[in-house]
Design a protein around this ligand. Structure first.
Ligand code: GLC
Length: 769
């Protein structure tokens, strides 16, 4: 076809009337354009809430062989063959449709050889083309110099190029290696650097989908989905950071957390089988001088795995009193909740769910039953607002018992007796739909319900930790990466995995420190606490039946090293909290790959064993067994070794000494950082003083303070300080004073001295003591 299609225009949407498949282009913001083809699927987005369309000037011109849709940041060229090509404001190609044919992989092997290969148990790579009605694919050209990031929690490396992945939330206990197609989350956003030019692509379709990132052929990458509408967003920005900010504008940002949630958390499947066991752990933390803020209660605390019950016999008849006692001692309890509701007519939650018709059903209208921990269980239909409300209210049982937050699990949903058939009836809001469509947002909707319950019951910023998620879940919950293993490949995987989650909007993330399945050992546990010490969610968790991995489980020197890093973590909590205050405005992750800060430096583009915390801290952990030195790549600028103040010039690799007790850690020269007090728990009382530490000769730092608990900051109850050190002089500017009390004193540690300033009520400012 050579003639351009007719088009219609309404406000910011242009509809190109291609025969059979009209295409809608909506200018959402100057840097976000939505490409949409209605393929018969109704319903609203789960990732994007509310109308994100901003009044934006754009032009649509007929350029002869194509239309040109242009905003200040993006240009789309749309031709007669339905190609969609996106360029940045300078005309650099970002996302262009691939013009050739796909090179299917299974063309290369005949049936006889295929049987032979499979006889030994190997599998033959199949092309992913499906004939199911509804299947579609979007194939985009891949440049020789193009790097691909994002995709949420997928395994493997920072640069996803050359691998393929599925979007279908699963609980698969097999070891997660780089060829693993999918894990617990489906976050179908990818970010790219094409010839150094950044872009993002977000495919908003909850059905099972697939990303081939140039594995099938190096000339293209593709996204395909088994069903659903073609619905994707082309995201521009001057930098990768802008792309993340734009993407999180669309799908939302991690809200400011309670401050104590940044503290250390101890967990193990089995602790909560008895109060005595929990008490032993809490006593151990105290005895060994290990700061900690929370202990997690796994499934054992319930009565026969019935959610929203608490086995009193295991807690001396009064779990509430025990939870309160722990809280008084600075330790919050985080109980687990699974979606599966035990099929037991005498159990309140089941009986009520049944009566109200809140469970998902088979196509012939019977409650769908599968097995999870409690045996036969029913599954709440979280897509429905009424069910979410019910579930939110159910959390009152936990909040009445004084819990600090809720850990939600098995919400892919996982099942023990086969997969849930695609046609089981799950609701899409109030419309009956299918498991096929609602599966990937099951955890998302459970997280949202839990968030809303905690918010109204506690009046505090909800602390929810979920295993399953979809794009946008970051608004409601933190995430952990599920059941990793105590193996070296999994400490290695943690860095790119958490960094890609961060690029995908999920800033509050963590792994099971020490490894969940398999048996850890002293060296691995030590390196893991070092490597993870800046991961926002800092939790040691292990499976029942594995070797113990509390910080003291291996004696010395593990215990002392573990303690040293936990204490370091608490020093950095004010910095992490500042980064979250910024993140809630910009979407920029706390823990980030170097490429986010230095995208012009090719060395950072697939760096898998270093990460940064904000803009100023570079962490280069040892993630190889028996290694005691490692190469560290330092990007441009000057860097200061945190441990000995030695200065390095960047743009080079250095060999860092890393005996078992040492985490190579570098601070950008001329940086001021807040330096928390040496505490055993994050207090709920206001801090009256704050210290800042200078690395280098000068620096400016903006610091945020509020009560660290509730939503009053949204009414202006927060303080913002600007601390400056220049020519040996220290100044503090109280940029915003809405929270009382402001710090009474502020101390700045300079390389050879320290300066303290005192709050002066009359001038509402700080002056030298
Ligand atoms: C799942 C979770 C794990 C938990 C276990 C028992 O495997 O991922 O963290 O300990 O279930 O509830």
């Amino acid at each position: 076809m050579t003639t351009l299609p007719k088009y219609t225009q309404t406000k910011q949407t242009v509809t190109l009337d291609y025969p059979q498949h009209p295409l809608q282009l909506t200018v959402v913001t100057p840097a976000i354009i939505r490409v949409f083809e209605n393929r018969g699927d109704n319903g609203q987005s789960y990732a994007i809430e509310g109308n994100k369309e901003q009044p934006t000037n754009y032009t649509l011109t007929d350029a002869g062989d194509h239309y040109e849709l242009k905003t200040s940041a993006l240009t789309l060229k749309l031709d007669a063959d339905r190609h969609v090509d996106a360029y940045d404001a300078n005309g650099n190609a970002l996302v262009t449709d691939y013009r050739g044919e796909r090179q299917l992989l299974d063309k290369g092997i005949d049936k006889v050889h295929q049987r032979l290969v499979e006889a030994e148990g190997h599998s033959v790579t199949k092309s992913t083309v499906k004939s199911d009605t509804g299947y579609y694919e979007v194939v985009k050209a891949l440049a020789p110099d193009e790097h691909l990031y994002g995709l949420g929690d997928k395994t493997g490396y920072l640069d996803k190029r050359g691998f393929e992945y599925d979007n279908w939330n699963v609980d698969n206990p097999a070891p997660q290696l780089e060829n693993f197609p999918n894990l617990y989350k489906s976050i179908p956003v990818m970010l790219g650097l094409k010839n150094g030019h950044p872009y993002g692509l977000f495919f908003d379709n909850t059905y099972k989908s697939h990303f081939d990132m140039g594995k099938e052929d190096t000339h293209y990458y593709f996204y395909s989905a088994v069903q659903g509408n073609l619905d994707y967003y082309i995201i521009g920005g001057q930098t990768l950071k802008d792309v993340v900010t734009n993407y999180t504008y669309l799908t939302g940002r991690v809200p400011l957390p309670q401050k104590w949630t940044l503290g250390y958390q101890q967990s193990r499947w089995g602790y909560s089988a008895s109060q005595a066991e929990v008490q032993t752990i809490v006593d151990g933390l105290k005895k060994y001088d290990l700061p900690c803020d929370a202990i997690h209660f796994d499934v054992d605390y319930m009565e026969g795995y019935r959610v929203f019950t608490w086995d009193k016999d295991k807690f001396e008849g009064d779990p509430k009193a025990f939870v309160a006692k722990l809280k008084q001692n600075g330790i919050k309890v985080i109980p687990i909740i699974d979606p599966g509701v035990k099929q037991d007519p005498n159990y309140h939650t089941y009986a009520e769910g049944l009566k109200q018709d809140y469970f998902v059903k088979t196509p012939d209208n019977k409650v769908y039953i599968n097995k999870v921990w409690p045996g036969d269980s029913a599954f709440p239909d979280f897509g429905r607002p009424a069910v979410r409300k019910w579930w939110a209210n159910n959390n009152k049982f936990l909040t009445d018992n004084g819990v600090g937050g809720v850990w939600i699990d098995m919400n892919e949903p996982a099942t023990f007796e086969g997969n849930i058939p695609d046609d089981v009836v799950f609701s899409d809001q109030d419309t009956p739909s299918t498991h096929a469509k609602m599966h990937n947002v099951y955890g998302h909707n459970m997280a949202k319900a839990t968030y809303e319950g905690l918010k109204s019951q506690q009046g505090r910023r909800p602390y929810v930790i979920t295993r399953a998620a979809y794009a946008g879940t970051q608004k409601y919950s933190t995430v952990w990466t599920g059941d990793n293993r105590s193996i070296w490949p999994h400490i290695q995987m943690m860095i790119p995995q958490l960094c890609n989650l961060g690029l995908s909007g999920f800033s509050f993330v963590g792994t099971d420190i020490g490894g969940f399945a398999s048996d850890t050992n002293a060296e691995l546990l030590t390196r893991w606490i070092e490597a993870a010490i800046f991961s926002p969610l800092l939790r040691n968790h292990a499976a029942m039946g594995t070797r113990r991995q509390e910080p003291w489980a291996f004696g010395e020197p593990t215990l002392s090293i573990y303690r040293k890093y936990l204490k370091l973590r608490y020093r950095f909590i004010p910095y992490l909290y500042d980064l979250f205050a910024q993140e809630s405005q910009t979407g920029l992750p706390v823990m980030r790959p170097l490429v986010l800060n230095y995208e012009d430096d090719p060395r950072t583009r697939d760096l898998n064993d270093e990460y940064m915390v904000g803009d100023d801290v570079l962490v280069a952990p040892v993630v190889q067994k028996s290694q005691t030195k490692r190469l560290v790549y330092l990007p441009a600028g000057k860097w200061i070794d945190f441990w000995n103040n030695r200065e390095y010039t960047g743009n080079q690799d250095i060999v860092a000494d890393a005996p078992l007790a040492k985490l190579p850690l570098f601070i950008k020269k001329d940086t001021l950082l807040p330096w928390g007090a040496p505490v055993s728990h994050i207090s709920e009382e206001p801090d009256t003083t704050m210290t800042f530490k200078l690395f280098g000769n000068a620096g400016t730092y903006t610091h945020y303070q509020d009560d660290g608990l509730d939503f009053n900051y949204q009414n202006g109850e927060f303080n913002r300080y600007e601390i400056t050190v220049k020519d040996g002089q220290v100044a503090v500017d109280l940029l915003h004073h809405g929270y009382d009390p402001a710090y009474q004193t502020i101390t700045v540690d300079l390389p050879d001295s320290s300066v303290t300033l005192t709050y002066d009520r009359a001038s509402d400012g700080y002056r030298l003591k």
